[in-house]
Ligand binder design. Structure first.
Ligand SMILES: Nc1ncnc2c1ncn2[C@@H]1O[C@H](COP(=O)(O)OP(=O)(O)OP(=O)(O)O)[C@@H](O)[C@H]1O
Length: 279
């Protein structure tokens, strides 16, 4: 479990980005972290891995304090940054150098993931294309078998087949002890994969809800007229009617449209709060 307890964080002491953030992230779940540019997504991930740390309050990852960066903590968490960096080493050299830091590293699976993601194992890593480097890092991260896996824009730069392969791999490595936490703008890449959604804006937590809770509280419809007497979180004129995200008063099961949900929550946070705070 990851617990943010009244966490405040700012890059400058005079201007806090997060103020009193309290949030609990459960094991056994895949989280999608969404937010506009500059909303504070990467900052949140860096607080979890301990490269940034709170000004006030705390963050605990499976009972450990990230900022101490103890080996016993670092071997349980893997963070894929948005911009990957790979040294001028072969895949084998890289594995021999870095895998020993992760006691649960699975070499057979590592090569299997590379094959499934179609990353060539010959030559130096820095000669691979950006997308191939990204896939190499994903394969390595998955093979580390850490209890916490944080990924910042993992599908950025991946081609279409690789994105679906990525989703399959994530589903295959998930278990009840693990937390997989993905920050992204590529909303479509997350649909059908995540079971919890977190939306932040300007350092504020606008939404933390399970996909089941979202389906319970709102429905996604295309209507000819915007319905009256019901909370409409978001509407958008389409070719055939108006797409709406509205309060789910009839218990409809209309699936999830993360993009529309995101637009509704960020444009209308007060209404989102009202809808999602009801039981
Ligand atoms: N090293 C830094 N020093 C000062 N301010 C920073 C630093 N890194 C980020 N910020 C600021 O903190 C805020 C949050 O940045 P962050 O990178 O967490 O956003 P993000 O949601 O990940 O954005 P994006 O989607 O564009 O990657 C932004 O206003 C950004 O300018």
């Amino acid at each position: 479990m990851i617990q943010f307890n009244n966490l405040s964080f700012g890059y400058s002491p005079k201007k806090l980005l997060y103020k009193n953030l309290t949030l609990e992230i459960q094991s056994g779940s895949i989280y999608g972290l969404l937010g506009k540019n500059g909303a504070g997504k990467s900052t949140l991930l860096k607080n979890m891995v301990g490269t940034l740390f709170p000004v006030e309050g705390s963050v605990m990852v499976n009972g450990m304090v990230p900022k101490t960066r103890k080996p016993s903590f670092l071997q349980t968490i893997y963070y894929i940054a948005e911009d990957v960096y790979v040294p001028a080493l072969t895949i084998k050299q890289y594995k021999n150098l870095f895998a020993p830091f992760y006691p649960l590293f699975d070499s057979d699976n590592f090569y299997r993931y590379l094959t499934e993601l179609e990353v060539s194992v010959d030559g130096k890593l820095n000669k691979l294309s950006f997308g191939q480097q990204k896939k190499f890092v994903i394969a390595f991260a998955l093979a580390c078998n850490t209890r916490v896996l944080l990924m910042d824009e993992p599908t950025n730069g991946l081609d279409i087949p690789s994105k679906s392969q990525f989703r399959k791999l994530i589903a295959s490595v998930m278990n009840e002890d693990r937390i997989i936490f993905i920050s992204t703008h590529q909303i479509r890449d997350l649909e059908n994969m995540i079971d919890n959604v977190i939306i932040v804006d300007d350092g504020k937590l606008l939404l933390h809800a399970s996909v089941a809770d979202i389906a319970d509280k709102v429905c996604f419809k295309t209507v000819s007229e915007i319905p009256a007497g019901v909370k409409v979180l978001y509407s958008e004129k389409m070719l055939r009617g108006t797409a709406v995200v509205m309060e789910n008063i009839d218990g409809d099961d209309s699936g999830l449209n993360l993009e529309q949900l995101f637009n509704g929550v960020t444009e209308n946070p007060a209404m989102a709060k009202q809808i999602f705070s009801t039981n």
